[in-house]
Design a protein around this ligand. Structure first.
Ligand SMILES: Nc1ncnc2c1[nH]c(=O)n2[C@H]1C[C@H](O)[C@@H](COP(=O)(O)OP(=O)(O)OP(=O)(O)O)O1
Length: 175
């Protein structure tokens, strides 16, 4: 008998959550086009050839909001697997309270500050309410979400916490 194993293809993405100094407010952007259109999210996108993941995160934040971040703090990695699609999205999550520049609406994002206690979850990715409590408690984590091809329905997830960012790379969610 021949076992057919689906090859996974990983693609690198970033996601930056900008918070105010006392971490009561978060800056979200309403995605105006492309993947995730109509959803409020942090700022980020694909990591380009020749740049580090952190450089990609800074570039995407600038492109989508016009803000420059001084200190990005890594908080985790979120993997997304969609039924029937061999691509795994590896989304590297960062946060900062330290930004400069004039916040503007861009071609891709309409920015808006939200109270952390009152986020527009009905217009956000359905995985957000699952990992947000970990993020807002300051945890470092890795999580893999399994979605149906409709990009809406989560069929399952597995996660682990890390005690430091350097531990993240060594975490195996399948063990
Ligand atoms: N499910 C879920 N929850 C939270 N965040 C995300 C998802 N899926 C996602 O894709 N994301 C995040 C990850 C990235 O920050 C963006 C998606 O990036 P995308 O806009 O496709 O990448 P760009 O490089 O900006 O795209 P184009 O410029 O080529 O349109 O959403």
């Amino acid at each position: 008998m021949v076992e057919i194993v689906e090859q996974e293809l990983h693609k690198l993405y970033t996601l930056v959550y900008v918070l105010n100094k006392d971490k009561t407010k978060i800056l979200l952007g309403l995605k105006k086009r492309g993947f995730g259109k109509g959803r409020w999210n942090g700022f980020g996108g694909k990591v380009e050839k020749g740049e580090t993941i952190e450089q990609g995160a800074l570039r995407e934040l600038k492109e989508e909001s016009n803000l420059d971040a001084k200190n990005l703090e890594k908080k985790g990695v979120i993997y997304f697997k969609f039924e029937g699609d061999p691509v795994i999205m590896d989304v590297h999550l960062y946060t900062t309270t330290d930004v400069s520049g004039d916040l503007i609406e861009t071609d891709e994002m309409l920015p808006k500050w939200y109270n952390v206690s009152d986020l527009p979850y009905s217009s956000m990715w359905p995985d957000d309410p699952i990992w947000h409590p970990w993020f807002f408690e300051g945890k470092i984590f890795t999580v893999k979400f399994f979605f149906k091809a409709d990009l809406e329905t989560i069929t399952g997830y597995k996660h682990k916490f890390a005690s430091s960012v350097s531990e993240l790379d060594a975490i195996n969610l399948d063990s």
